[in-house]
Write a protein that binds this ligand. Structure first.
Ligand code: URA
Length: 253
């Protein structure tokens, strides 16, 4: 039985190299180099083992300077307007997705990309490892798009071709879900993330995309978030994303 005054969650411990990376000191690889060089102490003693388990109370120092511990991991959902770029910086001075999200001093970056002309759901986080997994093809995270199409009313054959695979210059696309929303609009769910994939798939079946919006990313939906607005994900939503990224193809984050 747990004593009444015991903390609900004991402080989490992680490997020393990961702790340094999460504290923003260096990448995991560079942190290992720092540790091997004898520049890192735990509880006043130099530690050269990057796998040593430490937590916020372990007294980790680098070159004698104490570390506050890992930054809180945050995830935001943004409804990106068209015309906003999803890179961290833009050489043409266009608004970036980072400018639409309150960073509160944390280093955020986008999870994958949307074309400048595409609107809709994009995630931003300071959790680099989670972000890498969510966009890695191995994890096959489903992404759903609404596309307004030119080229006349969408035929059954075009939908069938989108579902079974379309020949693009970088290879045939994996099976997708496609449904007609109206004569000139479809909903398409893909598990790949190739450059301009939806636009290229639709064009290849005779329907150039006139407007494109991402409405879902994995278990998350835009659900009424206004264009240009963002919200921080709750713990349950963040957990569902982490579960995706730790699935059969994954491992602990
Ligand atoms: N597919 C595209 O063609 N564009 C996007 O922005 C996202 C997916």
């Amino acid at each position: 039985m747990v004593a009444a005054d015991a903390p609900a969650h004991p402080p989490a411990t992680v490997r020393l190299a990961k702790f340094l990376a999460h504290a923003g000191v260096a990448s995991r690889r560079s942190a290992e180099t720092l540790i091997a060089a004898g520049r890192v102490s735990v509880g006043g003693q130099i530690v050269t083992d990057p796998a040593r388990d430490v937590g916020p109370d372990s007294g980790v120092t680098v070159d004698g300077k104490a570390l506050a511990g890992p930054e809180p991991r945050v995830l935001y959902m943004l409804n990106k307007p068209p015309g906003v770029v999803s890179t961290v910086r833009d050489t043409h001075g266009r608004t970036t997705v980072l400018e639409l999200v309150p960073a509160d001093g944390l280093r955020l970056y986008p999870v994958g990309r949307l074309d400048v002309d595409t609107s809709g759901l994009i995630l931003l986080t300071n959790d680099g490892e989670l972000a890498n997994r969510l966009i890695h093809p191995r994890f096959q995270v489903p992404k759903t798009y609404r596309a307004k199409l030119g080229g006349g009313s969408v035929s059954r054959d075009a939908l069938e071709a989108l579902r079974s695979g379309v020949h693009l210059e970088d290879g045939i696309t994996a099976p997708a879900q496609a449904r007609r929303v109206s004569a000139h609009e479809i909903e398409l769910t893909i598990r790949e993330g190739r450059n301009r994939q939806v636009r290229r798939m639709c064009k290849a079946v005779g329907h150039p995309v006139l407007a494109l919006e991402r409405t879902r990313f994995g278990p998350l939906a835009l659900a009424g978030l206004e264009l240009g607005a963002c919200r921080r994900l709750g713990e349950a939503e963040a957990e569902r994303l982490r579960a995706l990224a730790c699935g059969p193809a994954g491992g602990a984050l």
